[in-house]
Write a protein that binds this ligand. Structure first.
Ligand code: HSE
Length: 331
């Protein structure tokens, strides 16, 4: 009988411009590794990690996920959750979500309840874990880490009258799509997502809503093409006139980083999730285009210069979309 399961889940970028809290994409850049081990009931839920993360299960994303899933299924065993963080925490790369997703898959697998945890139910529990860092549940990053590729989540529609069912769709993305992420070396507050959600405007202009909606729906339309989607047309619609203008004030040098990325050939550039990382998108070989292949390294260097103009150093990560999580060990 399997007593212990180890899962690797990818980091992700959320929002992708106009899809605030709705769009997410798994990135083949960093992966968290979570081992869930069955223990006797008296053990309860314990977190083990040598990384700088909360060890109290009520304050840890993975701890909340385990508690929520086990409570729903009436599982009374104890579990040890061992977490190896590789995703930088607090930089808009879906760090807490990667641990949440890995833990959700581990629990489902360990207790052989996979068939009872329908995918959308699993998303509900993994999103619940996000409360630990964001203050409220949101599902874009966890959906990307759970299902891979590009995801669209809708927590407002509950199919089959299941209040825990979050509607989600995962789309394959064009193979030639590349992301350049600039991760600034600045300190971030402990509950960064909560802080960066507090600057989002309460009221917005109707025409801005229409523009974001047009861009968001066009991105989906592009991915829904029967023939291979065009990464350039997908990327060119990554434009956000609502959240980015409010949040960019929290990112020193943002305007310059974005301008430099676009001048160097990126199709789009925006804040990755709640920031402060900035992410540029490009299609290396757009279908039917005679455009010169664009150099991701050049875009990375341009973004670095942008941050430098604000006296901020940054790491540059060039990546593709990730196909999603993987169970790497069963013992
Ligand atoms: N959609 C969330 C936000 C993602 O932007 O606040 C947080 O990573």
């Amino acid at each position: 009988m399997v007593k212990s399961v180890t899962v690797r889940a990818p980091c992700s970028t959320a929002n992708l411009g106009p899809g605030f809290d709705v769009f997410g994409m798994a990135l083949d850049a960093f992966y968290d590794e979570v081992t869930v081990t069955k223990k006797p009931k008296s053990f309860g839920i314990k977190i083990v990690s040598s990384d700088d993360i909360p060890l109290d299960p009520k304050k840890n994303t993975a701890g909340l996920v385990a508690e929520s899933m086990m409570k729903e299924q009436g599982i009374s065993d104890g579990v040890e959750i061992s977490i190896k963080k590789n995703v930088p925490a607090g930089y808009g790369m879906g760090s807490s979500a990667a641990s949440a997703a890995a833990c959700a898959i581990g629990i489902a697998e360990l207790f052989q309840y996979t068939k009872h945890f329908e995918e959308e139910g699993m998303l509900y529990h993994a999103g619940y874990g996000e409360k630990a860092s964001a203050g409220t549940a949101h599902y874009d990053n966890v959906a990307a880490s759970l299902f891979g590729g590009f995801v669209v989540v809708n927590p407002y529609v509950h199919l089959y009258h299941n209040p825990n069912g979050i509607t989600v769709r995962s789309f394959p993305v064009p193979n030639s799509l590349r992301m350049v992420v600039a991760i600034p070396k600045i300190s971030v507050p402990k509950q960064k997502t909560k802080a960066s959600r507090s600057v989002i405007p309460k009221n917005v202009k109707f025409s801005d809503v229409v523009q974001n909606l047009a861009c968001a729906t066009q991105m989906i339309a592009e991915l829904s093409q029967r023939k291979e989607a065009n990464g350039l047309r997908f990327g060119a619609n990554i434009l956000d006139v609502i959240v980015e203008p409010a949040r960019k004030k929290l990112i020193p040098g943002f305007d310059k980083v974005k301008k430099n990325a676009l001048d160097a050939g990126a199709d789009a550039c925006t804040i990755s999730g709640a920031g402060p990382s900035v992410i540029a998108f490009l299609d290396e070989h757009p279908n039917g285009s005679d455009r010169e292949p664009v150099n991701t390294k050049r875009i990375g260097e341009a973004m670095k210069k942008g941050f430098k103009s604000a006296k901020v150093d940054c790491d540059i990560v060039i990546c593709k979309p990730s196909k999603g999580p993987k169970i790497i060990r069963r013992k």
